[in-house]
Design a protein around this ligand. Sequence first.
Ligand code: ATP
Ligand code: MG
Length: 357
Amino acid sequence: MKDLNAVEVIEVSKSFGTFDALSSVSFDIRENEFFTMLGPSGCGKTTLLRMMAGFETPDRGSLRLHGRNIVDIPPHKRRVNTVFQSYALFPHMTLEQNVAFGLENLGWDRARIKARVGEILDRVHMGQFATRKPAQLSGGQRQRVALARALAPEPEVLLLDEPLSALDLKLRQAMRDELRSLQRDTGITFVFVTHDQEEALDMSDRIAVLGGGKVQQIGTPTEIYEEPVNRFVADFVGETNFLDVEVLEAADHRATVRTPFGRVIEIPAPVDVGKGDATLSIRPEKLSLGDQVEGIDFTAEVLQKHYLGGYTHYVLEANGTQLRASRRNASREGDTIAVGSTVHVGFVEHSARVLSS
Ligand SMILES: Nc1ncnc2c1ncn2[C@@H]1O[C@H](COP(=O)(O)OP(=O)(O)OP(=O)(O)O)[C@@H](O)[C@H]1O
Ligand SMILES: [Mg+2]
């Protein structure tokens, strides 16, 4: 079994009428991985999950589960389970009956079902509620039961379609930790779908950013955030400033560019960047302000200031170009930058990135 990918998506295309939802999408999900498909609404995330589960078939291409082509295998014969956003628990059954239901269908014997139901409900901290019905639970508790039910038959792959989106913020953050440790403890491959970039960055081993029916980039959270390969990824994951620049030289993942501040600098670039017009991406938190500037520096006027408690966001203008900068409020007295004033702005070369525009 070793080195086999848990899931392989091979040149999968799918259209609904004249709309191309997926255009020749390919990627591999590794064994024991927490893998996230991240992308805006309508980019085909659920469609891909449904194909893995067997509820949807590709028009072209194929899917493999542990090396085996699954396109013609019906859903109940795949060792794959899904957790839906809506939980989909049976309202007239108790929690233990909900969890036992799938195991009964698989033909497990009574004693084994009883043991497994007890074990998995305890694992999601719902053991003491085993005889309650779903209506007697909070949203977070229902979500835990839905997880227990999907994990009970020990699937090889667990598919999770925006499972946290119905929960409030605090609970969502707590459930992130629980999901992550559940994945680590069970060693089951998790395929997680979200359009929430923070959730994706926090939980995933690797992320596939989907957009326009294609895979835009696959990588670790740090790679996706720090080394976006194109404008779509830089824009969708996190906040960033885009500046028009001219590439004078490009080779070996580096480019020499002319900036709007009348400077020529050398910064990291993806392989496909060539000479000519391009975009420089620099994240707001990578711009330093005031006396502590480092690296490339220039001056800017402060147009707006937004105090957000932990951070202050500034809108700046330098040589006719607007920029957003954010600064952590490390002390109460820290924020001395006034609207209308001129500030020094700086960034280190390797925190910026040039992208083909
Ligand atoms: N059965 C269907 N018939 C027609 N169009 C469909 C069908 N299923 C999906 N689509 C379309 O295909 C595209 C991808 O849908 P999908 O549900 O996979 O998106 P998604 O990435 O999960 O979006 P969301 O974040 O909103 O859940 C959408 O434009 C959707 O309208
Ligand atoms: Mg969806």
